[in-house]
Design a protein around this ligand. Sequence first.
Ligand code: FAD
Length: 285
Amino acid sequence: MSQTDRSKPLPTLSFEFFPPRENDGVAKLLDGSVAKLAAFDPDYCSVTYGAGGSTRQGTQDLVEALLAAQINSVPHLSIGGSTDAALLELVEHYRNIGVTKILCLRGDQPSGDASRPVYAKDLVERLQQHYPKHFELAVAAYPEVHPDASCAAKDMIHFSAKVSAGASSAITQYFYNPEAYGFFLDRCAKAGLSIPVTAGIMPITNVEALQRFSAKAGADIPRWLAKSMATYMSDEKGLIDYGVEVVTKLCERLLEMGAPGLHFYTLNRWGASSRICRNLGFLER
Ligand code: FAD
């Protein structure tokens, strides 16, 4: 889609933020990156939930601040580290302050935990049981297959179980190979799944950080991209310009392939995400 192609409806747009650690971090984030990206009138901004519930209060604070600023806010939530009562207390609070959509995750499996393994499906089931049809429940999807899964077919069975439990939309892990997304949609269709699968988009702004995240998340950096990024090892501006070009083309391809929305992993920064959105024809207020 280009600036001039205004005939097609725009896909949904969302931006992901993490809760800042500093005391005045929320106010700074709202005045800075959130304000810049909210200008694109996104469908919502989501707020991550630290592994094992480590940012429970921070997530809640940022969700509240976004709602107070009239920005639709979607909390991420994982079971990890919380008792059932504590989890439901948080969800009850979200319901009372007007949250309507929650991204349900397993989170990272605590290492050395001998108890029964938990999965995101368990959280979806629990929320459907306590709040039947109240929240729109979204889940994570992995076009390149979740790193813990032994094969794509088993991963699809587990993804499908989340949908059967009541998830009505999904957001993908980021990827740079659009064909992975296409094959994932094919696998969904073969499994009889038709929920919208929004593409997760990671702008490229820092090679080392991207390599670190990707190793942890099991996201592939294709050789052509790794070698191209290496050209800009000591040229930050060059890397960002190149990254904006590559990720804009990726988004254009994903939209051609039928992606219903784009979800930007902003890492609390606005520069690259806003340039990509502008390139794609999203208008600022
Ligand atoms: P699940 O859907 O439970 O799947 C995890 C693994 O278990 C997969 O390999 C799956 O195939 C397998 N599995 C599922 N069910 C079964 C079963 N019954 N038997 C055997 N295997 C099974 N992490 C955070 O900590 N905080 C966040 O805020 C956060 N936000 C994210 C946002 C997005 C859009 C995405 C894509 C990921 C996010 N993550 C976050 C990362 C996520 O928590 C990890 O990828 C985690 O390892 C898996 O979470 P899940 O919800 O996909 O798990």
